[in-house]
Ligand binder design. Structure first.
Ligand SMILES: C[S@@+](CC[C@H](N)C(=O)[O-])C[C@H]1O[C@@H](n2cnc3c(N)ncnc32)[C@H](O)[C@@H]1O
Length: 194
């Protein structure tokens, strides 16, 4: 609870829309995902804490495109109101692609049944991975939240085929009792034959 209060107040102090901002800042401190000039896609962006951090780190020169079912308005962020499972999502993203980085902090509505929440979070991360595979530049990076469980292995295996480095990381700002963890995938390998 102390941890929660700390990041809650820190978010207020820095003008961030959610305490989740600190998770992305900590991931970035460790893995150097975001750089000035990068184009970033933020899936499941509402209320906007990650988009705010990404925008600060990539501008001037870069851009942030945010997608969510719930609308957000952040000056300088291009927002697309969409469900990631909509069939036309890639088509809607293509005018803004390619991206250097695809982020997904998407989360299902928590049921409290851990196996169910785990399975839904893997579905969302798999969908984010599919989208990332269509819009990432060669050498680009992908970060996705999952709730831990036995289905994570298969997703990690898929990611390892398409990225040079794949790691699981729990930033300090992630509540210790939560089973959430972040899949960090660096340097996307294009399937094109040179
Ligand atoms: C934990 S919140 C993201 C917090 C955000 N990263 C921030 O820093 O403020 C998870 C978000 O995922 C979104 N989401 C869940 N399923 C989705 C889907 N199928 N398509 C688009 N967004 C989705 C939810 O609407 C919710 O806003």
């Amino acid at each position: 609870m102390k941890n929660r209060d700390h990041y809650y107040w820190e978010a207020k102090r820095y003008g961030y829309r959610s305490r989740a901002s600190f998770k992305l800042l900590q991931i970035n401190e460790r893995f150097y995902i975001l750089k000035r000039g990068y184009n970033v896609l933020d899936l499941g962006a509402s209320p906007g804490g990650w988009s705010q951090v990404a925008l600060e780190l990539v501008t001037p020169g870069g851009k942030v495109v945010a997608v969510d079912i719930k609308p957000i308005k952040i000056r300088g962020v291009i927002f697309i109101k969409k469900n990631v499972f909509d069939e036309d999502i890639i088509e809607k993203l293509k005018p803004h692609a390619p991206f250097n980085v695809v982020l997904s902090d998407m989360s299902p509505n928590i049921s409290g049944v851990s196996s169910w929440d785990h399975a839904r979070s893997i579905e969302l991360a798999e969908r984010a991975f599919q989208i990332a595979s269509s819009v990432l530049l060669e050498g680009g990076h992908f970060v996705a939240k999952i709730f831990r469980g036995d289905m994570e292995r298969d997703l990690i295996r898929k990611c390892k085929r398409r990225f040079e480095l794949v790691k699981l990381h729990k930033p300090k700002a992630s509540l210790p009792h939560s089973s959430e963890i972040y899949l960090i995938c660096k340097r996307f390998k294009s399937l094109r034959i040179p």
